[in-house]
Design a protein around this ligand. Sequence first.
Ligand code: MG
Length: 244
Amino acid sequence: MRRSPCYPVVVLVLALAGLEAGADDNPVKTSAAPKDAMVLFDGKDLSAWSKRNGKPADWKVEDGYMEVMPRSGDIMTKEKFGPDFQLHVEFWLPLMADAKGQARANSGVYLQGRYEIQVLDSYGNKTYADGTSGALYQIIAPNWAAAQEKGLSEPKNPSKPPQEWQSYDITFHAPRVDGQGKITEKGHVTVVHNGVTVIDNGAFDKVTGGALDEKIGEPGPLRLQDHGAKVRYRNIWLKPLTTR
Ligand code: MG
């Protein structure tokens, strides 16, 4: 049988289609921000971000993501947010197979610069329950980690293996304070990790370790932690909320 002259092209197209099908194995797909959301990182540049000292953010940006430049320091948005918002963040953790616990791929998403939602490779990596992925660091453990600590096998840990994209969808309500800065109403946070609710309207009344400041009740930036690992972020958007 004579092959058509376009045979190599057909093979190439089929091969590319196969690669595309393979890429579909990861259910965390990036998606466009809702129309009423503020895009904080669109995959192109860090113009909306700075270092803690106000100098330009210098983490690497390529192929639609930013990557922590280890030991260069945290970065944060120039704009401040709060008291109430919804946040979407996608992250990718490098494989650090020789490291254990908190020394594995570690970063963090600090809401208002004060409240760290832990980012950690928690796939088969044990650590304290309120320090694992999705925790409000050392204040609220995700439900699956709290269950594991009690010897229960449900709910399951929704963490993906390293080198796969994961997502957080966070609903945040800052604590309310009076004129003297005293908390009159606790804050509340819901964390959805890879589509699974791991903290459901958890209450808190203090900042986490490493907070930018303790000005509870004031707006604050979104801050990403440099914990020495080459963690990547993409598709970050925030939607201010006006109702509780
Ligand atoms: Mg961290």
